[in-house]
Design a protein around this ligand. Structure first.
Ligand code: SF4
Length: 411
């Protein structure tokens, strides 16, 4: 593996156990300022609406989850009730929009499978938001509109304790777990934005934003329940990404819900993987393979393996042979993704032509492989580039020019 920037690997801490176990020790942290609108259950909303006709609960619930509406926008409610709801602290949003960045359509070489040749539709585009949380940290959410679908990439933690070498979020450290409501609100905001921009209806959710979802299992699991039951999304169109929190994968297998699982593998030998993904020191490839196999058997779903192609690090024929050896027994699909550069790690992406050759090698080895082009590099919204962990909250939303000048980081 010539050319690997080995100096970057020396001082990677293993994430603290309480943040990586993903099982019994994980906690769903209540929002510091108290419950907000997407943390409430129906009984709590019913209490807030005490004295109103019972159908109001369904009416308000539907407005919140299906339309992403503020109570002030619910013109089907009496004015006095709208005012009362608008003033209720538990019906306030959790997220404060600090910045909104947009990129037009798909970038050159983007995934346009099935798109009419040469035609780019208004449904295509990428939007990234930086949201401030009640107690200070920020998270990022990315909406991706394609010609045939819209997908939102949500954050599950403010920052991340996993310390993956190449990832801007990991480089910035961990702030806290997100609540169910903070996760759901990202989806509801994105669904409304997709509607307002003329994008396809939001149907897909990927937990691939900031944080390790399986290290915040309870909130993520509760959010998935709400996204299916309240927002109306299909569990099959929700994908949880992990760097390999084995207890979390085992729990997903035991629960057997049909949500997708994407394993960020990046290396298929323990020595290299432990350098790139410190979590591998806790749960090595053998345990990981066992857990993924159990998940596949239980859910009947195909595992995805994500592989960020790093020039001179994990893009040799030998690396692909090792990857094929890991993927084949699991019947997994491999997504090769050219690395997105981050300020904290000096490594280049594998050139596009080489990535295609690597995919061909995998296919010749009997592995289903595709090359995925990332969305939103120009607005630092691509995989591994999300880094808004420490903005002070409640700053005004900057203009597009301001956000462009500051690279989307607000200052
Ligand atoms: S790649 Fe994922 S798990 Fe690793 S540091 Fe980044 S956000 Fe955390």
């Amino acid at each position: 593996m010539t050319g690997r920037p080995a100096e970057s690997f020396e001082t990677i801490p293993v994430a603290p156990a309480e943040q990586v176990e993903g099982g019994a020790r994980e906690t769903s942290v209540p929002a510091p300022g108290g419950q907000r609108r997407y943390d409430l259950d129906r009984a709590q909303l019913s209490d807030i609406l005490a004295g109103e006709p019972s159908f109001r609960v369904a009416q308000v619930w539907d407005a919140l989850y299906r339309r992403g509406a503020d109570s002030g926008e619910c013109t089907d409610l009496p004015l006095g009730l709208r005012d009362r709801l608008a003033a209720h602290p538990s019906l306030a949003p959790s997220l404060v929009k600090l910045a909104e960045l947009e990129a037009d359509g798909e970038e050159p070489g983007g995934d346009r499978r099935g798109a009419p040749d040469g035609q780019r539709t208004g449904a295509e585009g990428t939007v990234k938001w930086v949201f401030g949380l009640e107690d200070g940290p920020s998270v990022e959410t990315v909406l991706m509109g394609y010609h045939d679908r819209s997908t939102v990439c949500v954050s599950s933690q403010a920052g991340c304790a996993m310390g993956c070498t190449f990832c801007a979020t990991g480089q910035a450290g961990f702030s806290r777990q997100l609540t169910r409501g903070e996760i759901v609100e990202q989806v509801v905001v994105a669904a409304r934005a997709a509607r307002e921009r003329g994008m396809r209806r939001l149907g897909n959710v990927v937990f691939m934003g900031m944080g390790e979802p399986l290290a915040n299992y309870r909130s993520v699991s509760a959010a998935i329940t709400s996204l299916t039951a309240d927002v109306g999304l299909s569990a099959r169109r929700i994908t949880v990404s992990t760097v390999g929190v084995v207890p979390g994968i085992e729990r997903m297998a035991a629960e057997g819900r049909p949500v997708g699982l994407a394993l960020s593998l990046h290396a298929a030998n323990d020595a290299l993987r432990s350098e790139l993904v410190p979590q591998n020191r806790r749960y090595g490839l053998a345990k990981l393979s066992e857990a993924c196999s159990a998940w596949t058997r239980r859910t009947g779903r195909r595992l995805s393996l994500e592989w960020a192609c790093m020039k001179g690090v994990n893009d040799s024929s030998r690396d692909m042979a090792e990857l094929a050896g890991f993927a084949r027994p699991l019947g997994a699909h491999v997504n090769l993704i050219p690395l997105n550069s981050t300020p904290g790690w000096r490594c280049e992406a594998t050139p596009a032509g080489t990535v295609e050759e690597l995919a061909d090698q995998l296919r010749r080895s009997g592995v289903n492989a595709t090359v995925r082009r990332n969305r939103g590099r120009s607005i630092a919204a691509a995989c591994g580039q999300l880094a808004a962990t420490s903005q002070p909250r409640r700053r005004p939303v900057p203009t597009m020019m301001e956000t462009a000048l500051t690279g989307g980081r607000g200052s």
